[in-house]
Design a protein around this ligand. Structure first.
Ligand code: RNT
Ligand code: ZN
Length: 429
């Protein structure tokens, strides 16, 4: 059997039988998987640089390490890199844009003055690529964020500036949702906090509540735009106090019925978001996930197929939460090929979902209800050596993307033909 397509199909049929013995329908799993969109974060493509052209350093305590050549310097390059990534990832996905990625035609457009007009190029591109769009206001890399405070700043003028930015971004999100026919998730993350012990933990939090309420005061059709708020434990330069802590945003999201965004790197290192999903979904309508990988801290490493990634996927499947949870990625690694980073991280997220969809979930739940924890553990462990890879290869084949690590050859070729020709000097947009 030398025809590789035939080989994958044959292997799949054997795997399908094996899973069927456990009552798992692989065809249904593959079909379900194809309907799950992952939101790829644009900022992996250029180390969270954006196109404002203001020369501002990356702020907000965010850190990207590495200087791998070939970073996208302009919108066309970023789109080309994304197209390469999407072509090597099975399924139909989304793009998550930050406000600094607008097309400002060399103009100095202040963040409180941005509008849908600066994102028309992205909207057209998204239509043509058939990807949905998500959005984020950018509350960092700006002189008005240099104090480490934005929406919770004590200065009313600075606060107003950032409130207006938030208002502008929700309108952009709604325009994206309208144009593409599916809701845009607009996620609010702010870096606000203090390096050292605050004298008042209270005042900035009260101001943040007021600022958020002002931003969200205009009702926007949830078919167009959904608001999410992202909590964090600490950041570089905000080690002692973060205004938007977990408790803060949990309370905010519940009382305002907003989406809560759980970033896998934003909690104590032994705390996992997989355990939080089924708690918070009792109280908030929907969730946004920022799937990331912290190594010792919120280091935003490329997502790998870890136990926690699998646990996140299992929670989404076991809890039947896939229609209430938006899956986004959030990592930035400049030490490896950036296109490969997207592909590795996204493929891993999809693999984890497939593994979870191939689980005999009902059987496991029955065993648990019957108190047979021995069998529950035994079956969960047996699950790990079932022929998952055969189903994954088949899914890639059906989706028209290259099998196994063949995608890497294509990325290497792209590096040779395109990325290596880019100089590191930032091109004006
Ligand atoms: C920062 C947050 C936030 C950012 C992006 C760029 O700790 O995780 O989501 O990574 O907005
Ligand atoms: Zn995040």
């Amino acid at each position: 059997m030398s025809d590789p397509t035939k080989k994958i199909e044959q292997t799949y049929l054997l795997a399908r039988e094996r899973y069927a013995e456990l009552g798992v329908k692989t065809d249904a799993a593959v079909e379900r998987l194809a309907s799950i969109a992952i939101s790829l974060h644009c900022w992996q493509g250029d180390d969270v640089g954006g196109f404002e052209g203001s020369g501002e350093e990356l702020g907000g305590g965010l850190a990207v390490t590495g200087n791998y050549p070939g970073k996208a310097r302009a919108v066309d390059e970023l789109r080309s890199d994304l197209e390469k990534a999407y072509a090597l990832i099975p399924g139909t996905h989304r793009l998550n844009l930050h406000a600094i990625y607008g097309e400002f035609s060399g103009q100095d457009v202040e963040r409180n003055e941005i509008g849908p007009e600066h994102f028309l190029g992205w909207i057209d591109w998204a239509k043509q690529q058939q990807v949905g769009l998500d959005f984020n206001p950018t509350y960092f890399s700006h002189e008005k964020a240099d104090d480490g405070l934005t929406l919770s700043h004590a200065d009313v003028g600075i606060r107003k500036f950032w409130i207006d930015h938030g208002i502008a971004c929700r309108k952009i999100g709604a325009a994206m949702g309208q144009a593409l026919g599916n809701p845009c998730v607009t996620n609010f993350w702010i870096p606000d906090g203090y390096k050292d012990t605050p004298a008042s933990r209270k005042a900035p939090r009260e101001r943040l509540t007021e600022s958020l309420d002002a931003i969200f005061s205009e009702k926007i059709d949830p078919q167009l735009n959904l608001d999410a708020v992202e909590c964090k434990l600490f950041g570089i330069g905000s080690e002692s106090y973060v205004v938007g802590s977990h408790e803060f945003y949990l309370g905010y999201a519940i009382t305002r019925q907003k989406l809560l965004c759980l970033d896998a790197g934003h909690f104590h290192p032994t705390e996992v978001i997989s355990d939080k999903i089924s708690s918070v979904l009792n109280y908030v309508p929907e969730l946004l996930l920022h799937v990331s990988r912290g190594v010792r801290w919120d280091s935003d490493h490329v997502v790998t197929l870890t136990d926690e990634l699998l646990a996140i996927a299992q929670e989404l499947v076991r809890g039947d939460y896939l229609n209430r949870v938006h899956i986004g990625l959030d990592f930035f690694d400049a030490s490896i090929n950036r296109v490969a980073a997207w592909i590795i991280g996204t493929r891993n997220m999809i693999k984890a979902l497939l593994m979870a969809l191939l689980e005999p979930t009902e059987q496991l739940k029955q065993l648990e209800l019957a108190g047979d924890f021995t069998s529950r553990l035994a079956l969960m462990e047996e699950q790990k050596s079932l022929p998952f890879g055969a189903v994954w290869d088949y899914y890639c084949l059906k989706s028209g993307v290259s099998i196994g690590s063949n995608w890497l050859k294509e990325v290497k070729q792209y590096e040779k033909d395109v990325l290596s020709l880019r100089s590191d000097v930032s091109a004006a947009v």
